[in-house]
Design a protein around this ligand. Structure first.
Ligand SMILES: Nc1ncnc2c1ncn2[C@@H]1O[C@H](COP(=O)(O)OP(=O)(O)OP(=O)(O)O)[C@@H](O)[C@H]1O
Ligand SMILES: [Mg+2]
Length: 247
């Protein structure tokens, strides 16, 4: 089916952003991202020098930005040169989470008003991780993402990075993710648990396939603190890993 299922990746963190990114992650969440990293590293062929990974979901709020950032972070931690691009130009988040500048960013390059100067920012959380933020809010993101400029931009960046991770909008309402999927080596679909209806997720997969996207796999994400049950599961998991490491 051309589809590799990454299995369940359970991440954990409080509802505010604290503890959900980079080195602030708790042990079990950091381990989950490392497993995702390993799975992805093995899903690419050796003849591609830079792998472009797009992250999307069916709906808003499933954990795309969190997962994009942590995937990018964990790849950088493994010594890879990584570029994270915030291509969710409708509701950009990456700059706010990393506390870096929103502008200049992707939209400014795509409208042709920035030639790349000051475009790439250090992430501030990992030296190997660089970031292109979303830029000024544009009225026509879909059109911009479909422009030849994006192709040219990615081609010029590929020689400088081992991985380019692209945080995209969800598939439900706009074509942005589907359009960009054509430019990626593969797509990761984030699925928030107990949140998205099966039919909606199936539609997402159908649409990605229709656009001939290479679906690398699915990341199952907890996006909500589910009280005692959630905490219990989470601590049990951490205990499990500790035990495993000690033996
Ligand atoms: N595993 C998790 N555990 C707890 N909270 C999480 C988890 N993943 C994401 N969150 C929280 O859920 C909210 C939505 O996550 P995020 O912004 O990553 O989703 P998104 O899919 O990018 O959303 P949007 O569609 O609005 O861009 C954030 O407040 C984030 O901190
Ligand atoms: Mg987001």
């Amino acid at each position: 089916m051309g589809m590799l299922n990454l299995g369940k990746k359970k991440t954990a963190g409080p509802l505010n952003r604290e503890g959900t990114i980079g080195k602030d992650l708790d042990f079990s969440a950091a381990e989950a991202y490392k497993r995702l990293r390993t799975n992805l590293m093995f899903s690419f062929s050796g003849d591609e020098s830079c792998h472009v990974i797009g992250l999307t979901s069916s709906l808003r709020g499933e954990g795309k930005s969190t997962t994009s950032m942590n995937l990018a972070y964990t790849l950088a931690e493994a010594g890879k040169r990584v570029l994270l691009i915030d291509a969710d130009m409708r509701l950009p988040q990456v700059h706010a989470i990393l506390k870096i500048h929103q502008t200049p960013g992707l939209s400014n390059v795509l409208v042709g008003e920035n030639n790349g100067a000051n475009l790439i920012q250090p992430s501030g959380i990992q030296p190997n991780l660089h970031v292109i933020t979303a830029g000024d809010i544009s009225p026509n993101p879909t059109e911009l993402l479909g422009s030849r400029r994006l192709v040219g931009m990615l081609d010029s960046l590929k020689p400088r990075y081992d991985y380019i991770v692209i945080d995209l909008p969800p598939v439900d309402a706009v074509a942005d993710a589907l359009i960009v999927s054509k430019l990626t080596s593969g797509m990761v679909v984030v699925v928030r648990q107990n949140y998205v209806e099966k039919a909606v997720l199936e539609n997402t997969i159908t649409q990605l396939r229709y656009h001939k996207a290479n679906i690398l796999g699915f990341v199952e994400n907890y996006a909500e603190d589910e009280g005692g049950y959630y905490q219990k599961r989470y601590y049990r998991k951490e205990g499990y890993y500790r035990k495993e490491n000690e033996s």
